[in-house]
Design a protein around this ligand. Structure first.
Ligand SMILES: [Zn+2]
Length: 132
């Protein structure tokens, strides 16, 4: 059953961060997850009908529905790593396996790719950033 976001569920970025930080008590780093109220989660999602989401703590707070993440983002990430002009076989293998874990200890694939690109930019100035 699809869940519809109430029309007034859209929060500003500031309100959303307020709700996120309000859920971070002391010892937050020892918690297994961050819990957000459902309306906040729905407002985060561009695919509001998906309840199962993956959210990252990278600066851009990137997030996707699980299906969009594994079918879209990860597919593009694999293709970009495969086309990377520098040998990244071991790095790519480690990164891709980490994204299959139940708890992912990385920034999102977009930020990871863009960081790799920036780190190697002097060698490959023609590499384009991955813009969403
Ligand atoms: Zn990101």
């Amino acid at each position: 059953m699809a869940v519809q976001a109430p029309e007034n569920a859209q929060l500003s970025e500031e309100e959303l961060w307020g709700e996120i930080t309000a859920t971070l008590p002391s010892n937050w780093d020892k918690r297994a997850r961050i819990t957000l109220p459902l309306p906040s989660v729905l407002s985060l999602s561009s695919a509001a009908e998906e309840q199962d989401m993956i959210a990252f703590s990278c600066d851009e707070a990137h997030h996707w529905g699980r299906r969009a993440f594994y079918e879209g983002i990860m597919g593009k990430f694999k293709a970009l790593l495969a086309a990377f002009p520098k040998e990244l076989q071991m790095t790519a293998s480690l990164l891709l396996s980490e994204y299959q874990q139940a708890r992912i200890a990385l920034a999102c694939p977009v930020c990871v790719y863009n960081t790799l690109r920036l780190e190697l930019l002097p060698e490959y100035p023609s590499l384009k950033s991955w813009d969403l």
